[in-house]
Design a protein around this ligand. Structure first.
Ligand SMILES: Cc1cc2nc3c(=O)[nH]c(=O)nc-3n(C[C@H](O)[C@H](O)[C@H](O)COP(=O)(O)O)c2cc1C
Length: 391
């Protein structure tokens, strides 16, 4: 296990102390006891089993592939061990090794009824319910809450119309925690060499994970934190590839951080790097504890659109002359004649992309104080929005 310096990143989750805020999300790395033990030893605070169902999965080949960069497609099903193996060997072995084990149970009310009590008896510390459809999740939860004593977490899908409303319903039905989100899809990747879908599922479609889904998950986690009064034990999942990604989720109110794709692509030991870098990042940004960061961005969500101009500043000594600032300007407003940076104010629309893409921060931007003219523009824009909304 990796020791972290600086800020203590251990957390309390569903009444249990976890050695780190990182939770290994259900997936191929938690295929059985050995995978879960490796994850625990590498520094994960908890591990979620591969989803246990009434029958062991038979997977098509091939079933995990690359979309691009840090984004994957998969059509892997649930656990390929029989459920009895989970009760008799996989869960007890991981628990004996000291791992905090969350038993993932899917996908129907009938299966929850047949499985949750045995997962508790096997020694799991918590249960995570996962289903394909929103309307099956609550009956699964009702049964689990009535029949097990360990905490029950509900995993939400980003494919559902209003995950925050589902989270609210889950808490009302007694959920101890919520995990958001599962993979997004269905999606498609074509293997151009073989002229066919990359995934060998029945329809060639699969599910998207990793970097591409992070902004969706971040918005859903923020929706839950901002919209569900008294929400608790919210752990995010979706595209966490770095400590900065994890911190974004904490800042919108997630209490713990699920990881799957990052440790598939970078190795299980990468969780040690995530822990160390998160502790350092928290310290650098002036947080006294991890808990201080939870929800830190929530008070700063805008109440209304900001209509003004950007003020730019340029520090030539930090400029590498890469030219990205001029290249990405959609309006051709920017020109770099080093050491002078030009901006054609008549063409610039203050979109901000040039400064965002500056790799060294040599070019930076901030919002100017709105003038009376800006205020009039903002009013006219809001009036138009109201009119088209039929108000
Ligand atoms: C290959 C693969 C298999 C997965 N299997 C499961 C599963 O059995 N049960 C489940 O709830 N989620 C499963 N997931 C979804 C992950 O738990 C997680 O929600 C998703 O990958 C998003 O997180 P990430 O972007 O960090 O990967 C799987 C993901 C991948 C990549």
């Amino acid at each position: 296990m990796t020791e972290t310096k600086g800020i203590d990143t251990s957390i309390e989750y569903c009444g249990r102390r976890l050695q780190s805020p990182f939770i290994l999300a259900s997936g191929p790395l938690s295929y059985g006891a050995q995978g879960m033990i490796r994850a625990h030893e590498a520094g994960f605070g908890a591990v979620v089993t591969k989803t246990i169902r009434l029958q062991a999965a038979v997977n098509p080949v091939h079933h995990i592939g690359k979309v691009s960069g840090d984004t994957l497609i998969n059509c892997e099903k649930w656990a390929d061990f029989d459920r009895l193996a989970w009760y008799e060997k996989e869960i007890p072995e991981a628990v004996r090794a000291g791992a905090t084990v969350i038993g993932s149970v899917g996908h129907t009310p009938g299966e929850a009824k047949a499985i949750v009590q045995d997962v508790e008896k096997a020694g799991a510390h918590m249960i995570e319910l996962v289903s394909y459809t929103e309307d099956t999740l609550l009956p699964m939860l009702d049964y689990a809450k009535a029949h097990v004593r360990i905490p029950v977490i509900c995993k939400l899908s980003g494919n559902w119309a209003n995950p925050a409303a589902t989270a609210r319903a889950c808490y009302e039905h007694g959920a101890d925690g919520v995990a958001a989100i599962d993979s997004i899809g269905p999606v498609l990747k074509i293997d151009i060499h073989n002229r066919r879908p990359l995934m060998m599922s029945g329809d060639g479609y699969g599910w998207l994970t990793g970097a591409a889904i992070k902004p969706i998950s971040l918005r859903i986690n923020a929706d839950i934190a901002r919209g569900v009064k008294g929400y608790k034990n919210l752990y995010c999942i979706g595209g966490v590839m770095s400590a900065a990604d994890a911190l974004e989720f904490l800042m919108v109110g997630s209490h713990a951080v699920g990881v799957c794709t990052a440790t598939i692509l970078k190795g299980i030991g990468y969780v040690g790097t995530l822990r160390r870098q998160l502790a350092e990042l928290l310290q650098t940004l002036g947080f006294g504890s991890l808990q201080e960061a939870v929800g830190a961005a929530l008070p700063n969500f805008p109440q209304r659109e900001c209509v003004t101009d950007l003020a730019f500043s340029f520090a030539p000594e930090a400029c590498t002359k890469c030219g990205k600032c001029a290249l990405v300007c959609p309006y051709a407003a920017r020109k770099l004649e080093y050491p002078t940076m030009h901006l054609d104010a008549a063409l610039c629309r203050s979109c901000g992309l040039c400064a965002d893409y500056c790799p060294t921060g040599a070019l930076s931007s901030s919002c100017k104080e709105p003038t009376a003219a800006h205020a009039r523009l903002a009013e006219a824009s809001a009036a138009f929005d109201k009119m088209i909304a039929g108000e």
